[in-house]
Design a protein around this ligand. Sequence first.
Ligand SMILES: [Zn+2]
Length: 283
Amino acid sequence: MKSLLKKITDKIYYLPAEEETDRPILAAVVGENKTLLIDAGNSAAHANLFLAELNKMGLPRPDFVVLTHWHWDHIFGLDAIDALSIANQKTQEKIAELKTYEWTEVALDQRVSDKIEIPFCAEMMKKEYENLTDIKIVSADIIFNKKITIDLGGVSCIIENIGGDHAADSNLIYVEEEKIIFLGDCLAPDLYADKWTYTIAKLIPMLARIESYDFEINVESHWKPVRRKEFLSEARDLRQIAKLVKNKEKDIEMIKAELAKKLNRKLTADDHEMIKYFLNGLE
Ligand SMILES: [Zn+2]
């Protein structure tokens, strides 16, 4: 039977993201002594699918699972994974908050009305779960602050809380020997703000922090592994937009014209979105 897993290197495997119910990439870093999973998935079903696929490939059962950030699609599968879980202090605090919520359709809809939850996540949760009451939220076992290194034997993972607009608790996971970096959703805008937002003060230093790691491939949770070159070009565009937004303030047409000139190409729908996020961030 064909495996759903994809291999990045001999030591790193992943289950691709799925848009249908907003499942992020789940990855496994296999060391000589220990195996670490990256993210727990959006449900027990998602986590169990990944575990079954690892088993099919003859890969070891996980010893650790690290959470990239607190959003539901990355943590709801945690209870199904028999491994020590790792999270930073901020993630653990958000999990504690989620544990106080009632997980029923009525309660979830109420949280959307109260602007505690966003419609997109609520809709995806309802798609992923036949019964929301099946949601079981558990805390992590190992809590760190800024940074922690996990030695898996022959391969080690640096986990660093880099924050950003999307979630203050966002971690990157750098697999040193393999030169692969997992970025979670840290490059995405803040989806919980009234308008989707990028703030220059958060995004630009974060890009420099990511670039300081000597990676060849980077993995964003809802995308696919891409080469460093692509990351650098995206980072360059983001910096350019940030600079223009800072100088021109709210004149969107001027920003667009200048950007096309600077990048020497026609702007894409993505470019337009990013300009909007930065402008929202000025408000
Ligand atoms: Zn997220």
